[in-house]
Design a binder for this molecule. Structure first.
Ligand SMILES: C[S@@+](CC[C@H](N)C(=O)[O-])C[C@H]1O[C@@H](n2cnc3c(N)ncnc32)[C@H](O)[C@@H]1O
Length: 207
């Protein structure tokens, strides 16, 4: 495998040295601007419990803690779990945060546990997105919100290029995500696009 392919494939499941570098980058400025934009569409200002799926370096778990009494993160990469725990060490010590090693297709939480669930830059890699969405629906409370934020509209040139380099990366348009979300039981699906950038945010509710 070429070095570029090896490096970019780390976005799917960070592992080893390259994975550590990638996860440090995930907590950096480019993801941060996207996250600020995506968080702007979550109308719930205060939550008891929130969850970030595919939490990477844990920067968005930290953001969730600003509006939640307790925030959890899950990731199926050990490297991401370690970095997320480091990023949120204070809140973990204080009992307000928990980072679990888990696949989004099998969430280690009870039904109706969370007010907000987020997924930033990660749904492309979920190999069984139907199962993942039904798991998120299951763990959300009634009136809970699920927010997806992607640095890709599903058709922009850069992401199409990445999807050709990274095996198993699937791109989604807002309409495609809406159909998948409704199929999993979600309602009030809203699609938001950025005026200048190929960014996409989709929010959905569990009634
Ligand atoms: C590009 S990173 C994004 C990380 C973080 N959400 C951010 O915006 O900085 C994608 C993350 O999703 C995780 N991931 C991908 N598929 C997953 C799955 N099925 N279950 C749990 N985590 C997953 C990867 O391990 C990786 O940490």
């Amino acid at each position: 495998m070429g070095i570029m392919k090896k490096f970019f494939s780390q976005t799917k499941k960070p592992e080893g040295f390259l994975g550590k570098m990638m996860v440090n980058g995930m907590n950096g400025a480019s993801h941060s601007a996207l996250a600020d934009w995506g968080f702007g569409f979550i109308k719930k200002e205060k939550a008891a419990r929130s969850l970030d799926c595919g939490c990477g370096g844990g920067a968005n778990v930290k953001r969730l803690l600003e509006r939640s009494e307790k925030a959890c993160g899950i990731d199926y990469s050990e490297v991401s779990v370690q970095k997320s725990r480091q990023t949120n060490a204070g809140a973990i010590r204080g009992g307000r945060c928990e980072i679990r090693h888990a696949d989004v297709c099998s969430l280690p939480f009870e039904n109706d546990s969370f007010d907000i669930v987020t997924a930033f830059e990660t749904v492309y890699f979920w190999q069984n997105i139907d199962k993942a969405f039904s798991e998120i629906y299951r763990v959300l409370k009634s009136e809970g919100v699920f927010a997806i934020t992607n640095e890709s509209t599903g058709t922009d040139k850069t992401s199409v290029k990445f999807s050709q380099i990274i095996d198993g990366m699937n791109l989604y348009t807002g309409e495609k995500l809406k159909a998948l979300l409704e199929n999993a039981g979600f309602t009030d699906v809203e699609i938001h696009s950025h005026p200048d950038k190929p960014w996409l945010n989709v929010t959905a509710k569990k009634l």
